[in-house]
Write a protein that binds this ligand. Structure first.
Ligand code: ADP
Ligand code: MG
Length: 748
């Protein structure tokens, strides 16, 4: 049997209207229509007879148009309705005289000359606005209008339309908001009661409106309080559904089994600690203990480790991996790019020294191997790496996501560490589980992008969170400045001098550009999120932004400006061996200046690099700049970051750059960043252009609601994981799972 909300719209509306809803909004059922909430509400005054209008009132009147005139404010001449097109560029005033049969009222509209063709004499309409007087004539200021058809002129219909608040729906020309409003009214009127996904008890405890009542009040509010309380209810519902999905997922995770990898003593980890050239920070030590405790459990760990750029996440991860190796298992380190995977492989090998030289001359007594597996290895190297993984000879394997897709087998995979990567979702987890038999590996996800708590609770809702807040002592501060190249060309010259001076002191420099520049037409390259796509040569002349500065352009210019320095370029479209070779030479100090795209954004660690020049810095996001900047000031050398831009002072983009230059506090910057972005972006949904099923809930603003809902969801799921006792909630959760919600939960 179908519940009321699952019934088809065409049972309620005409077949044509129902079809339009399906085509334009993808709405087919009563439930879907009722969840098409108003975008906002139009506030009207009370419906008032003409002779009762009082100065200063917000009022609505119903009347007929008596006379319309349009006048140009530029040429002062009157414009006939059929000439409006010719005066398109003029500022205009349209005066409409309206009558109720006895009294007149005047309305003035600015720059809407086309109204003259709609409000023709004789037209019946509602008008609303503030009552004012001009030269003894009563006027409505800032008037709104709604034209009435002749069949709308019943008193009841006029009353209805003159409601104090009118819902405005996300609408289109084919499906205007008035049609949506009328349809919703029809559907609501024929709906007795609806099953509420929020359990009665919780409605009462949280003082929330029931579903039927809330639907009425969100679509047809009488007062502001109506829509307020209705929205509060729907926000809670969205949070509850989302948190129920997450609570169920946690329950599933908790029911999975993993091999406990308890910390043992006298193994590789102790040997490693003994040769560590520095003390762990307090934070690192604490987080390691959290991780060891997780690893010792019989259920898989799912932990998010967040920490500023340079906070030392790698050591934490390596200690966790070694602990797993000590207990007889293997660990994988997944990196988002080949450059980074290669870099990690080197870092780990170097940090481990002889501990990574199992079976080799000079290897320590107790040792393991660190394998590298990326998509671009040649067949022989690949075979060897796969063999090491499958035989267990490699205790640690570093690689890109190719590692997941491939037929790579492990002897005993115990831990997966995912670096700088938010897109590690349920599917990838499943892929990895299959590599370790019935036992699911423990998972540690690392990120340098600080994530607000509510986002961690939603997008990363099934991960426990650890945070490294302090930077290791002795880290050199980074100084950042904005270089306004257009206003102060001399500053840019000075910047290049600085580069030369730094190189003179034996340091190295990154120059980062938003674009590769090898193919202007197809510039939307893999790193080039901000790349300009396909501009014509004369784009700038047409007022379009010029294409972003490219690696190849800069390389050409610097050939001259920095003649004599050893320069190389690096970007995502170079062949893998070449990328690798360039990075190796840079790390070895054989390259002075590296001109690169954002391939160097994450993880690259060359302590001798002191300076970074970011070209067209305004084309990067705040968090991205912060990430990039983290590549310098990693050693004893003080870091310097120069943000070169053509943006003007006090412009939005310049403000962002000033913010980046003014602080190195990643959490502060991520707050600024989030404020400047829309909700969808935060969830990573807007980019893919998808709808989310979050309509009213904001993961940034509605922290309290999310906390409460999380608590409620946990208590429901802990006693009734299948929601057998909550059929309505189960139905809504299921449809949310089928819709885009899961897409973002899993893919973000
Ligand atoms: P991130 O968190 O950005 O990945 P890394 O793990 O790459 O940071 O660490 C940055 C640098 O700091 C590395 O060179 C690392 O060896 C060093 N480092 C890590 N922990 C400490 C510490 N406790 N004391 C001093 N230096 C450290
Ligand atoms: Mg790192």
């Amino acid at each position: 049997m179908k519940t009321d909300t699952e019934r088809k719209l065409r049972d309620f509306l005409g077949a044509r209207t129902a079809k339009t809803f399906a085509e334009v909004l993808g709405i087919e059922t009563v439930g879907e229509l009722l969840r098409h909430y108003p975008r906002r509400y139009l506030k009207k005054g009370e419906l008032t007879p003409f002779d009762e209008l009082e100065l200063g009132d917000q009022a609505t009147v119903s009347g007929r148009v008596k006379k319309v005139t349009v006048r140009s404010l530029d040429s002062k001449q009157e414009i006939r309705p059929d000439e409006i097109g010719r005066f398109r560029r003029h500022r205009t005033i349209t005066k409409v005289v309206v009558t109720d049969g006895r009294n007149d009222l005047e309305l003035a509209f600015f720059n809407q000359p086309w109204l003259a063709n709609k409000l023709t004499p004789g037209t019946a309409a509602l008008f609303w606005g503030e009552v004012t007087k001009f030269r003894d004539i009563l006027q409505l200021k800032g008037p709104g209008t709604e034209i009435l058809d002749e069949e709308d002129l019943s008193e009841a219909e006029i009353e209805r339309r003159a409601r104090p608040f009118r819902p405005l729906y996300p609408a289109s020309a084919k499906l205007p908001t008035a049609t949506i409003e009328r349809s919703i009214k029809i559907v609501l009127d024929s709906l007795d009661d609806v099953e509420d996904p929020i359990p009665e008890l919780i409605l009462r405890k949280e003082k929330l409106l029931g579903l039927r009542d809330a639907l009425q009040k969100i679509h047809l509010p009488e007062t502001e309080k109506d829509w307020d309380s209705a929205q509060r209810r729907f926000r809670f519902e969205e949070a509850l559904v989302m948190q129920t999905v997450l609570a169920q997922r946690r329950a599933v995770t908790d029911s999975l089994s993993a091999i406990p990898r308890a910390r043992t003593t006298g193994g590789l980890l102790d040997d490693f600690d003994a040769r560590l050239p520095f003390e762990l920070t307090e934070g690192q030590a604490e987080v390691c203990e959290e991780i060891f405790a997780d690893l010792a459990r019989e259920h898989p760990m799912h932990r998010l480790l967040q920490g500023e750029v340079g906070s030392g996440k790698t050591v934490v991860a390596l200690r966790a991996m070694l602990s797993v190796v000590d207990s007889g298992g293997q660990a994988v380190l997944l990196a988002p790019t080949e450059v980074l995977a290669t870099q990690h492989h080197k870092t780990l090998t170097k940090m481990l020294g002889e501990l990574a030289e199992e079976g080799m001359l000079g290897g320590a007594e107790r040792a393991t191997r660190v394998g590298l597996l990326t998509g671009s290895l040649n067949a022989a190297a690949r075979r060897a790496a796969m063999l090491d993984a499958a035989s267990g000879a490699a205790g640690i394997v570093v690689g890109t996501h190719a590692l997941l897709e491939d037929k790579v087998q492990f002897a005993d995979l115990g831990l997966v560490v995912v670096d700088e990567q938010h897109r590690f979702g349920v599917e990838q987890r499943a892929a990895l589980s299959q590599k370790s038999g019935d036992n699911t590996p423990h998972v540690l996800v690392m990120t340098a992008t600080p994530i607000p708590r509510t986002v961690a609770m939603t997008v990363f809702g099934d991960l426990a969170v650890s945070t490294l807040t302090e930077l290791p002592a002795g880290r050199s501060p980074i100084k950042s400045s904005v270089v306004p190249a257009k206003e102060r060309p001399a500053w840019l010259e000075r910047a290049w001098e600085r580069v030369r001076e730094e190189v003179g002191k034996g340091h190295q420099v990154y120059v980062v550009c938003p674009r590769i520049g090898d193919d202007v037409k197809n510039a939307a390259d893999e790193e080039g999120e901000f790349a300009a796509g396909g501009e014509d040569a004369d784009a700038e002349a047409k007022g379009k932004p010029r294409p972003a500065i490219s690696v190849l352009q800069v390389a050409e210019v610097l050939e001259q400006v920095l003649a004599g320095l050893r320069m190389e370029i690096l970007h995502g479209r170079l062949p893998a061996e070449e990328k690798d070779a360039v990075m190796t030479r840079f790390a070895a100090g054989e390259v002075d200046v590296l001109i690169a795209t954002t391939v160097i954004e994450v993880g690259v660690d060359v302590p001798n690099a002191s300076t970074m020049v970011v070209m067209d810095a305004d084309r990067f996001g705040i968090s991205q700049l912060h990430q990039l900047r983290g590549r310098v000031g990693r050693g004893k050398v003080p870091g310097l970051c120069l943000l070169v831009t053509d943006s003007w002072p006090a412009s939005k983009s310049r403000e962002r750059l000033d913010a980046v230059a003014s602080t190195t506090d990643g959490f502060e910057l991520s707050r600024i960043d989030l404020e400047n972005r829309r909700e969808g972006d935060v969830l990573g949904v807007a980019q893919s252009g998808r709808r989310t099923s979050l309509k009213l809930l904001s993961v940034l603003r509605d922290e309290d609601v999310i906390y409460t809902a999380r608590h409620v969801a946990n208590s429901i799921v802990s006693v009734d994981a299948d929601l057998a006792g909550y059929p309505e909630l189960r139905a809504v959760v299921r449809s949310a799972l089928e819709s885009e919600t899961t897409e973002y939960l899993e893919k973000t």
